[in-house]
Design a protein around this ligand. Structure first.
Ligand code: KMH
Ligand code: ZN
Length: 277
């Protein structure tokens, strides 16, 4: 069994800076976080950006500057979110690819998302997948519910493998409206992933208090890890997360205990079919 790819999702689109001052929202805060998380064992950074008022934005200039700054300062695989916020229009989400990331997220279906709806129509999914193929951007297929793995199977059957030829999915568990963050749900997904192309890899993240059970379940099932303040702002009961580094350090510790230590950025690139820099 291989080591562990650790993805850090430091910001997201839902947590407010006012409520969580430790959330990285400026470019400087993001770059500093990225450097420290890389040193602790992260190899992918899943990026949502904020505007001057710390609100989520898909501003093209800011996205390009972010990709450039992260590339300059780290060897992390830069994965832009094409999910954005639930209020973002499809055109803006597609235009994220114009910022030239190495990787981008691509969600496999519509899901209730708390009080909102995270809309991902089939035609939109196809559009994202094909545009990423054309531009050599490697997708991370985001899975919020079991049936979305069947959608991915259909997508790959009809529109072929992604750029690089390797399939990587991320199980986003415990979203109110999606699958629960339980070992049983992760095992069901792991079983369904066996029907995807040979060599398909997966990571998993548990929202809120499901972060620890999902990490342990993923490691035991041969999966990789995603952690970060996009998904969790409570470290333990009554204890707010201090930083993304605290979450990456815990994930790296769990991976070491599982005897699947964090992969370097170069090894993660090799595994995911992303060229080394
Ligand atoms: N913010 C959520 C609505 C992604 O980044 O691709 C969508 C999300 C998934 O976070
Ligand atoms: Zn995201």
């Amino acid at each position: 069994m291989t080591g562990t790819v650790i993805t850090v999702a430091p910001t997201g689109a839902e947590v407010s800076k006012a409520a969580v001052p430790a959330l990285p929202v400026t470019l400087d805060e993001l770059v500093q976080t990225a450097k420290e998380c890389e040193a602790l064992g992260a190899s992918i950074i899943h990026v949502h950006i904020r505007d001057a008022a710390a609100e989520p934005t898909l501003d093209q200039g800011r996205l390009r500057a972010t990709v450039a700054a992260l590339r300059d300062a780290t060897d992390l695989i830069v994965q832009l979110s094409s999910g954005g916020a639930v209020t973002d229009p499809e055109a803006g989400r597609l235009a994220v690819l114009d910022a030239g990331p190495e990787m981008a997220s691509c969600t496999m279906g519509t899901v209730n998302f708390g009080d909102g709806v995270f809309m991902n129509r089939w035609e939109f999914i196809v559009d994202l997948h094909v545009r990423m193929q054309e531009r050599g951007i490697v997708p991370e297929y985001e899975i919020f519910d079991l049936g979305q793995l069947t959608t991915l199977q259909r997508l790959l059957g009809q529109y072929d493998l992604p750029a690089g030829g390797h399939v990587h999915v991320d199980l986003v568990m415990g979203v109110p409206g999606g699958m629960p963050g339980t070992t049983a749900a992760l095992a069901a997904c792991e079983h369904a992933i066996r029907d995807l192309p040979a060599g398909t890899t997966f990571s998993a993240t548990g929202i809120g208090r499901t972060t620890i059970p999902v990490m342990l379940a993923s490691l035991s099932a041969g999966g990789h890890l995603r952690v970060g303040m996009e998904d969790t702002v409570t470290y333990a009961k009554g204890q707010p997360v201090e930083s993304n580094m605290q979450l990456v350090a815990r994930a790296a510790g769990f991976a070491q205990l599982a005897q699947r230590p964090p992969l370097t950025t170069a090894a993660a690139r090799d595994l995911l079919g992303i060229p080394r820099r």
